[in-house]
Design a protein around this ligand. Structure first.
Ligand SMILES: Nc1ncnc2c1ncn2[C@@H]1O[C@H](COP(=O)(O)OP(=O)(O)OP(=O)(O)O)[C@@H](O)[C@H]1O
Ligand SMILES: [Mg+2]
Length: 516
């Protein structure tokens, strides 16, 4: 066979023998490797002249002459003795020569250096972008957290107002009661009047504390969906922004029906959205404040789109509206029309991210009338909610160990648990608890997390090892601790302080019903 037949081919080709010596190479091959023909065909094995990233490339099957027709395909990088580098697509197949006993191989090459380079660059860019997205997500979480903290800071006046009212009531109750009991025996009627007042005030303080804790809790990744009424969310947000709206006599109306289906959401995040929307509207109204004839108004409406299984909440204000050029940039982070130091321009973009995180959206009403309307759309997903009454709890005879270094909390827990028919034991520390558990293992341990000596977490780790059947429920004043940061495998349920009897019942139910 005259190999010169391949000379005019524009694709690089070379032929080698069983010792990998190049017998022939065409001009295109010489041009590809930039190694002179004489050197390529000098009898040196081909892999000594050009190294390829696949060391097995030239290991050929040792079949009989002409029998093995298998073609080997590869895509590899190369470096020639003259320093030329690149990438090639290779096909190697055996050929037989009539006048020769030995088997030869022909190697077809296709220069894919350009493609490979582009692919490499594309991969690098992709990697860079992925890293950037991860960084951006982390920054977004941080921004959300700091924005939440800033909002809490801004509303300290409202918060202390909310706190002072029930505290004042409690204080006067204590004063009145102590002066009454000094002079006369406490009759049932007076006692129940005071109990009512104390109950209402403590409930208010508990709500506020719960609200603050949940508002400040962890990043978006920790979101914990609970079926929640949008009416309650708006109501909380209105309380939160009361200071801003009442000071400037802006009327805020919550028209959201209590009958709207509950929505699975992280209530603290959705409250933050509602707070931001009310805050924006109030700030816009105050900023403009030109037409004194119109009563400043923020109206929040809710509608259930049954066919789409969505709830749409609209935040409508009769402020100055948004000019067309600003409408396009509203949701862009850092877009603000407020003076430096007044607004970060993050409010709307964060709210949008939160809506999306809940499977919904936040958009601006495109029709331009008086004022501004935003739509918050959230999906309705059926979640079977269990009320405390529905939970069938047979606690009679269950043995529960209560651990808290605060005797008052131990007292309350034990009292509630005894009423529920449980057998109780108490420990004031993790160390004491371990001793009691060794003597008589309980069905459930309810433990505080932050204690003077051994922490509830360390205690739980020990119990998981020694008594894997014992259920563990954490009680803590910090939702951050139990909500996000802790290893979920360490506890079966949790309860946040301050707690109610129903809350305790729910925590016990969850602890006993958690799938292992
Ligand atoms: N209800 C509204 N009426 C008129 N303009 C609004 C309204 N809501 C938002 N805007 C405009 O959108 C801009 C961006 O709002 P966004 O909440 O993102 O940031 P900001 O309010 O400026 O800053 P921050 O939220 O940090 O206080 C505002 O500066 C304002 O110009
Ligand atoms: Mg804002």
């Amino acid at each position: 066979m005259t190999f010169e037949l391949f000379d005019p081919l524009s694709s690089p080709i070379f032929i080698f023998d069983p010792d990998h010596k190049v017998l022939y190479c065409n001009d295109a091959c010489v041009a590809l490797f930039e190694v002179p023909r004489q050197k390529l065909t000098s009898g040196t094995p081909c892999y000594d002249l050009v190294t390829f990233t696949d060391p097995e490339l030239f290991v050929m099957p040792k079949g009989e002459k002409g029998k093995d027709k298998a073609t080997k395909y590869r895509e590899v990088d190369f470096k020639s003795v003259n320093g030329k580098t690149g990438s090639v697509r290779i096909a190697i197949r055996p050929i037989s020569q009539l006048d020769a006993q030995e088997k030869l191989w022909i190697c077809y090459l296709q220069d894919v250096s350009l493609e490979a380079n582009l692919q490499k660059k594309y991969n690098q860019e992709l990697e860079k972008k992925e890293r950037f997205i991860i960084q951006l997500q982390a920054t977004q979480e941080q921004l959300i957290q700091s924005s939440k903290m800033a909002t809490i800071g801004e509303f300290t006046a409202s918060i202390s107002h909310e706190l002072n009212n029930p505290l004042a009531v409690l204080h006067s109750c204590v004063e009145d009661l102590s002066s009454i009991v000094k002079t006369e025996p406490l009759n049932k009627e007076i006692a129940s009047k005071f109990i009512g007042m104390i109950e209402r005030s403590t409930k208010k303080i508990m709500n506020l504390s719960q609200h603050l804790k949940s508002f400040s809790h962890g990043p978006l990744t920790d979101i914990h969906l609970v079926p929640t009424s949008m009416f309650d969310v708006i109501d909380s947000a209105m309380n939160f922004t009361q200071h801003l709206t009442t000071k400037r006599t802006i009327k805020v109306i919550n028209n959201v029906s209590k009958d709207l289906p509950k929505i699975p959401m992280d209530p603290s995040l959705m409250e933050q959205v509602a707070v931001n929307m009310i805050k924006n509207a109030a700030e816009a109204i105050l900023e403009a404040n030109t037409n004194k004839q119109i009563e400043p108004l923020i109206e929040i409406n809710g509608r259930y789109q049954k066919d789409l299984q969505k709830v749409v909440i609209s935040f409508k204000d009769n402020g100055p509206g948004i000019p067309p050029e600003a409408r396009k940039k509203l949701f862009t982070p850092f877009f603000t029309t407020k003076p430096i130091g007044k607004g970060t321009g993050l409010g709307l973009s964060i709210c949008q991210a939160m809506a999306v995180k809940h499977g919904g959206s936040l958009s601006l009403d495109p029709s331009s009338g008086l004022g501004t309307t935003f739509f918050l759309t959230l999906p309705v997903v059926e979640i079977k909610e269990q009320s405390a009454n529905e939970m069938t709890l047979d606690l009679a005879g269950k043995f529960i160990l209560v651990i808290d270094d605060e005797p008052l909390i131990r007292d309350i827990l034990s009292r509630y648990l005894t009423e529920m028919g449980c057998k109780i034991s108490e420990a004031e520390s993790g160390e004491q608890a371990l001793e009691l558990i060794a003597e008589n293992p309980p069905d459930l341990v309810i433990t505080d997390i932050i204690m003077h000596k051994m922490s509830g977490v360390d205690l739980a780790k020990r119990i998981r090892k020694t008594n894997p059947k014992t259920r563990i429920s954490f009680v803590s004043g910090s939702l951050n601790l139990v909500g996000g940061k802790l290893d979920r495998a360490l506890f079966d349920s949790y309860l946040t302080k301050p707690f109610t009897k129903n809350g305790l019942q729910r925590a016990i139910y969850e602890a006993f019903n958690k799938k292992a």
